[in-house]
Design a protein around this ligand. Structure first.
Ligand SMILES: [Zn+2]
Length: 499
């Protein structure tokens, strides 16, 4: 039957892995080189096609419904096929595969299915939604089409990243997200480490003890003199000032997380939901005791975590490898793991996880515990690498524009790029351009300006997004090969040691 359709449409490409028979109909995905469609073939009078919208074509006595990849059709697909809905991932190793353009999912799946990692295909922070001008729903829809196209049936997660308010939770729950990453970093009191004992005692009294379900005196009884024996022979025995400073610094982080968790579970009792806590975007690294304290208090308050993202030592800058002392990272990572193990065995989550190859090696070599890695910007950079190869003039334009936006756009990002070291694209021959994507300065300039390129103030003049998407559609094979190779590099350090 599909052959019949293909014979009548000689210029289209069939995605062979997408073909699935269900309810007397055959579903498959095609591309005409620029756009993709879902096609549903069935005999006359079957009900399946009524769930979907599109153009009905009759070929040789068969009905073919040619449906655009619209929001309506994505919702119908999720209703029809359980494998196309986001699911809970639990404590299995997992990889967050943020996709700012909405066309990287299939290549992500090609890389991930060679491993035992579970994919979190839709991963979207509120900040990124604003910058890309996309909706939370569009991000899930893109993941839905990717799993369908690749015939991926093993389940994928959807992560509402860096959620700060109950409204953020509503937005993500309504769109069908299953992983909720709570970011209480605004409540971290960084000054605590500079306070003296009496200042700490004063601040401790001011914490919201009702919400903590505790009193300062009982708290002190519980923690003063603590000697926690953890896995790996690791013993934690914090001093009294350390305990006071830890609670002053993180007390409201704990109550805010508890509030967000209660809100999620009470507002959406039947919604599949798993919770990550992220404190990665704070000024100072999370000490091992601070991690212990937060985990222990959340445990006491019945907040269950699937993963926790500490702010690790060293620098996790955007789009480039880790900078810092790897041995220290490894030592602290083991200690963080021992704490995670004590409080339920949640995963450690690595934010700003793009391109941290030496960190993957370090974690892979430990060969213990479960991990979640979040990436996003690196896939956008692979898209630009593909543009540099396929359409050098467009790439030069984007590079120029990104340079002009850099000083404004870099503000909320952790980077160290020197704009003066970014070469002039116009001075370089076409075949050299793609090498720019291996230059740390260029990577960071391109990484932080994606919002302006895709959805910025001059979008009508530049039309970068349309031109970029068209280029990638026309050069799908090149783009997806670049992505797959790049993610193989992200995943191999873990596989080697069979984490
Ligand atoms: Zn983060």
């Amino acid at each position: 039957m599909i052959d019949l359709f293909l014979q009548n449409n000689p210029d289209i490409k069939l995605y062979e892995k997408s073909v699935i028979e269900d309810g007397g109909a055959i579903f498959f995905m095609i591309s005409d080189g620029l756009r993709k469609f879902l096609v549903i073939q069935s005999g006359t009078g079957t009900l399946v096609q009524e769930m979907f919208h599109g153009e009905m074509l009759e070929i040789g006595g068969n009905n073919f419904l040619k449906s655009p990849l619209s929001a309506e059709n994505a919702a119908a697909l999720r209703e029809r096929f359980a494998f196309s809905r986001p699911v809970l991932i639990g404590k299995m190793n997992s990889y967050g595969l943020g996709d700012r353009l909405g066309n990287a999912g299939a290549a992500h799946l090609k890389a991930i299915r060679k491993t035992t990692f579970m994919p979190v295909l839709a991963q979207q922070s509120i900040r990124e939604l604003q910058r890309t001008g996309r909706t939370a729903q569009e991000v899930i829809d893109a993941a839905t089409w990717a799993v369908f196209r690749e015939g991926y049936r093993d389940g994928y997660g959807a992560d509402g990243d860096h959620l700060k308010t109950p409204e953020d939770i509503d937005l993500m729950a309504d769109a069908g997200y299953t992983m909720f990453t709570i970011d209480p970093s605004e409540f971290v009191v960084n000054e605590a480490i500079h306070m003296n004992r009496s200042e700490l005692e004063t601040e401790l009294e001011k914490l919201p003890w009702d919400d903590l379900g505790n009193t300062p005196d009982i708290f002190k009884d519980q923690y003063f003199g603590l000697k926690a024996e953890l896995a790996d022979g690791f013993v934690l025995s914090p001093s009294e000032p350390e305990i006071l400073a830890g609670m002053v610094k993180y007390g409201r982080v704990i109550t805010h997380t508890k509030m967000m968790s209660d809100y999620l579970h009470q507002s959406y009792p039947d919604h599949p939901a798993e919770l990550e806590l992220s404190v990665d975007e704070t000024d100072q690294p999370t000490t091992v005791f601070e991690h212990y304290l937060v985990a222990s208090e959340l445990n006491r308050l019945n907040v269950e975590l699937v993963s926790l993202a500490p702010r690790f030592c060293g620098d996790f800058e955007k789009g480039i490898d880790f900078k810092g002392d790897l041995e220290q990272f490894k030592k602290e990572y083991r200690q963080h793991l021992a704490i995670a193990e004590k409080f339920g065995g949640y995963k450690l989550s690595i934010h700003s996880g793009s391109d941290k190859f030496s960190v993957y090696e370090a974690i892979g070599s430990l060969n213990k515990g479960a991990v979640h890695v979040k990436t996003a910007g690196t896939s956008y950079l692979e898209a630009l690498r593909s543009v540099a190869e396929a359409d050098p003039p467009l790439f030069r334009e984007i590079l120029d524009y990104s340079k002009s936006r850099f000083e404004t756009d870099k503000k909320t990002y952790h980077i160290s790029c020197d704009l003066r070291k970014v070469p002039d694209g116009k001075a370089m021959p076409d075949h050299e351009l793609k090498k720019l994507l291996d230059d740390d300065n260029v990577r960071q300039v391109l990484h932080v300006t994606f919002g302006s390129v895709l959805n910025g103030p001059e979008r009508d003049i530049n039309r970068f997004k349309e031109r970029l998407m068209e280029c990638l559609n026309r050069n799908e094979q090149l783009y997806e090969n670049n992505l797959e190779t790049h993610f193989d590099r992200h995943l191999e350090p873990f596989i080697k040691t069979d984490l």
